[in-house]
Write a protein that binds this ligand. Structure first.
Ligand SMILES: [Zn+2]
Length: 142
């Protein structure tokens, strides 16, 4: 068994949208800046074979996390706008535009948060990182 002396950090892997089990495979195949493809999520980890949506509707929970992110963004931009003595019209447009622009980030990180924090059975295992173990899809555990 290979010694994993330089295991990727959990926070770094979350920020890079990597698989929670091997921290190597990408959860999303496209760039966050790809307007039409940012929402596509891999079904399985390309490195270890982990099935990301391990039960039907698993990512529906991300909707609530995304709602919390959007609310936080709106409050932050609202506070910034109000503290700069902007007109109400300008404040509303700033909040609306920032909420729309940040949709891809909110969408992705709500799913990542769900995979890393709320799913307790998806812990890092270096054997999956180095290819000692791999799910083939037939025997993939959730
Ligand atoms: Zn993986």
């Amino acid at each position: 068994m290979q010694v994993d002396s330089k295991a990727p950090s959990k926070l770094g892997s979350m920020m890079a949208c990597k698989c929670p089990r091997c921290r190597t495979g990408k959860v999303f195949p496209n760039s966050v800046f790809d307007i039409t493809g940012f929402s596509k999520t891999n079904d399985f980890c390309p490195n270890c074979g982990l099935k990301f949506e391990h039960e039907t509707g698993f990512f529906w929970g991300a909707m609530y996390v995304s709602y919390a992110f959007s609310t936080a963004f709106m409050i932050i931009f609202g506070i910034i706008a109000i503290n700069n003595d902007w007109s109400w019209n300008k404040i509303v447009w700033t909040i609306l535009i920032s909420a729309i622009v940040l949709v891809p980030f909110s969408y992705r990180y709500s799913r990542i948060l769900l995979l890393y924090v709320i799913s307790p059975n998806r812990r890092y295992d270096s054997r999956y990182r180095f290819g000692e173990l791999k799910d083939t899809g037939l025997n993939s555990k959730s």
